[in-house]
Design a protein around this ligand. Structure first.
Ligand SMILES: Nc1nc2c(ncn2[C@@H]2O[C@H](COP(=O)(O)OP(=O)(O)OP(=O)(O)O)[C@@H](O)[C@H]2O)c(=O)[nH]1
Ligand SMILES: [Mg+2]
Length: 392
């Protein structure tokens, strides 16, 4: 008899809990060892954090949030407009995004107009039904940006719900988050005392930024090619983002001048060196080229779109969204755990102290045995092979 999908999802979720326990126990045994190389320890911590996020999806209807973080004016809103395939977020040199803007895609076949929910600073909420994207942009500019005109009103959060036929991201039940330059809050907080008024405001901004980070499942960290060495961005990345395994995006590719960079044609390589970004998670894009290639799929210049880096970015985002499901996350975590344990560069006897314990492995295998699907069987086989090594 075929299992009901809800039971199957629950069983996969239980297996994810056991996998998280296994990772957490390994990390607890390792974390205070100063004599071990930091890289593999960091990677195991990242896997634990990843599993924490996977465990928030207790139900398939819970959306996955993709958030863009970076210094002001690095092109966060422009990048999101390109990923959505429509210009509904305020961008520009003069305006600064102020409110958090969350965008929900409705999925195909639903032609209802946009809905925009504005939550003002005092908690008051109002709903708008703009007829077209241009009207949405007017609303997000009026409430979500400041610096352009004295008529602008402030809002804490804006939620836009709509149809995004030019986007390849929303199909995975994802929400997008545009965040005001979060890391400046951390930088300035260092300088200001939390006692004075401005300090209090910054403390609020910082707390909000951290809360936003905690509810973001796929973190995009964006920096312009000209700002690669910004100290506040580096600090923010190292302290808060690195552990969340972000996708690192180097924007303004159209401004990259290889002649000025000793002929180096790859800004990702430089960014990766400066920050320690993993190369396989670093991408260069130009939101300007994406806009020039045209957002509308039917009008799009395909070569120019590829050159802008957007299709490659869409692919890795979708891949990351996949790794948030227990089915993918468990296999992915175990593979990476094995790599990290091998990288400890210790003798087998020393490494054995950190290997998963038999009880942790058996609990995970038992939970996987209850799951329906070839994915679970292949992980059970993998674990059996590993057990021969771990428990000899
Ligand atoms: N040449 C070029 N300009 C870009 C690119 N991306 C963004 N811009 C421009 O840079 C300016 C800032 O872009 P935004 O998207 O508003 O940046 P932001 O990070 O959202 O800014 P804040 O919300 O104020 O923090 C705008 O004038 C954009 O048109 C790019 O890839 N190339
Ligand atoms: Mg912005």
């Amino acid at each position: 008899m075929k299992e009901n999908p809800e039971t199957t999802a629950k069983q996969a979720f239980v297996a994810a809990e056991h996998c998280h326990t296994l990772l957490h126990e390994v990390f607890s045994r390792l974390k205070n060892r100063k004599d071990l190389p930091q890289g593999p320890l960091d990677n195991i911590e990242i896997l634990c954090k990843h599993m924490t996020r996977v465990r928030t999806f207790t139900d398939a209807s819970i959306p996955k949030k993709i958030g863009v973080f970076g210094r002001p004016k690095q092109g966060k809103s422009s990048l999101l407009n390109a990923l959505m395939g429509v210009e509904i977020l305020p961008t520009g040199r003069a305006t600064t995004s102020r409110a958090v803007i969350e965008i929900h895609g409705r999925g195909t076949g639903n032609d209802n107009p946009f809905e925009v929910l504005v939550t003002e600073d005092d908690g008051f909420q109002e709903k708008h039904f703009p007829a077209d994207p241009h009207r949405v942009l007017e609303i997000t500019t009026q409430y979500g940006a400041h610096g352009k005109s004295p008529n602008q009103q402030s809002a804490k959060k804006i939620t836009v719900v709509g149809n995004f036929p030019n986007s390849n991201i929303f199909g995975d039940n994802a929400h997008l988050l545009d965040t005001p330059g979060a890391e400046t809050a951390f930088e300035d907080l260092d300088k200001k005392s939390a006692e004075d008024r401005e300090g209090k405001k910054l403390k609020e901004d910082t707390d909000r930024a951290l809360a936003m980070l905690d509810e973001t499942h796929v973190v995009l960290f964006i920096t312009g090619v000209a700002q690669l060495e910004s100290p506040s961005a580096m600090k923010f990345y190292k302290e808060y983002l690195r552990i969340r395994r972000p996708l690192c995006i180097v924007n303004f590719l159209d401004k990259w001048c290889p002649e000025e960079e000793n002929g180096n044609t790859d800004p990702c390589r430089i960014a990766s060196k400066i920050y320690g970004f993993p190369m396989d998670r670093t991408l260069a894009v130009s939101s300007k080229w994406a806009e020039e290639a045209k957002y509308e799929k039917t009008l799009r210049d395909k070569d120019a779109w590829v050159k802008s880096g957007m299709p490659a970015l869409e692919d890795v985002i979708r891949r990351d969204l996949q790794t948030l499901t227990p089915e993918k996350a468990i296999g992915f975590s175990l593979d990476n755990l094995v790599t990290a344990l091998n990288e400890l560069n210790q003798s087998l006897e020393t490494r054995k102290q950190y290997f998963p314990r038999r009880v942790e492995v058996v609990s995970l295998q038992d939970a996987l045995a209850q799951c329906d699907g070839s994915w679970a069987l292949s992980i059970i086989e993998k674990l059996t092979a590993l057990s021969h090594k771990w428990f000899l």
